[in-house]
Design a binder for this molecule. Structure first.
Ligand code: TPP
Length: 312
């Protein structure tokens, strides 16, 4: 990873953390329409994977991959409007959190149904192969989500068809309150069904970037899909309404010591690369202003109820 990429990656990860912190403030003020889903501690798994893609590649994020959307050019302003349910937000108040896509920026809308995006993205990858385009599709799945039928069907199809699909496995310790040993036999990395599999420290942004670049190359060379398993940890509850009392605090402390942001800073410092010290305060000020502006944005009118709905 070169200096420019490392600095951009650091900025995307910091932006993700600070934007989510701002969302938590809005949640505690009762402003968001639902709960807030954090990717605290998983910013490298979301951002460094997307950062290794080319501009024509397509992603389908899940709930802990807000950072991947920022990498593709989605703005915090859009995210605030969306969480606040405003008319000027990406889904006009019909959905909340990060549930919206942007075809122009190569983002397929996240969906709640765990695993469902894998067959969708296998289809996207199939279209690339049919058109002879050098592009890859990427999506993410949690350890819990890897126990769904859709995960198996999608990855199996991609393997049999030799498709340029990267499935990022987020091995992050819990699915709601269920640890992996209560819902799967063996380790997530054993669920690849013949796809080329890489396992990486998901909190080491440089390692995630290199593995993702390798995965992309593997796809572009016609090697078929890659299952890229990132070892990481969900540092918050399922969402802000969940106080994660079922997680051993010692485990959280162990993983806090592996926080991906300071680790990337150290990795960069070893190469003499340093982010601009004013970056954090600048991002915070911008996010605060954007959140304020989003609070002033209009609500959808009643006419929005029937907009976009087919009736005959
Ligand atoms: C098919 C399906 N089953 C159940 C759910 C309800 N559900 C939403 S999130 C979640 C846990 C997800 O855990 P995991 O995939 O490990 O991701 P994490 O939240 O740990 O990042 C469940 C069971 C769902 N959304 N979709």
């Amino acid at each position: 990873m070169d200096q420019d990429t490392a600095l951009r990656l650091y900025e995307a990860m910091l932006l993700t953390r600070l934007a989510e912190e701002r969302l938590v403030k809005l949640f505690r003020q009762g402003q968001t329409l639902g709960s807030v889903y954090r990717s605290l501690g998983q910013e490298a798994t979301a951002c460094a994977t997307a950062m290794a893609l080319g501009p024509d590649d397509v992603i389908a994020p899940m709930i802990r991959n807000l950072g991947s959307m920022f990498v593709r050019g989605v703005t915090p302003e859009e995210i605030f409007l969306q969480y606040l349910g405003r008319a000027t937000g990406p889904s006009g108040g019909r959905e909340h959190n990060n549930h919206f896509g942007s075809v122009a920026r190569g983002v397929i809308a996240p969906t709640s149904m765990l695993g469902a995006l894998i067959p969708v993205m296998a289809g996207v990858a199939l279209s690339f192969r049919q058109k002879g385009e050098r592009r890859v599709a990427m999506t993410w799945i949690g350890d819990g989500g890897s126990s769904t039928g859709a995960f198996y069907e999608g990855l199996n199809f991609a393997t049999v068809q030799n498709l340029p699909l990267i499935v990022v496995g987020e091995s992050n310790g819990y699915a709601f309150s269920t640890p992996p040993e209560r819902q799967m036999a063996g380790h997530m990395s054993q669920r690849s069904q013949g796809a080329f599999t890489l396992t990486v420290d998901g909190n080491d942004a440089a390692a995630v970037y290199e593995a993702s670049a390798q995965a992309r190359q593997h796809c572009l060379e016609g090697g078929g899909p890659v299952f890229l398993v990132c070892e990481t940890f969900r540092m918050k509850g399922h969402a802000e309404h969940d106080d994660q009392r079922y997680v051993n605090p010692g485990l959280l402390a162990q993983w806090a010591a592996r926080d991906p942001l300071p680790r990337l800073e150290t990795w960069m410092a070893q190469r003499g690369w340093r982010p601009d010290p004013s970056l954090g305060p600048r991002l915070e000020a911008k996010l605060a202003a954007e959140a304020e502006a989003a609070l002033e944005a209009p609500w959808p009118g009643t006419g929005a109820l029937s907009a976009g709905i087919f009736s005959s």
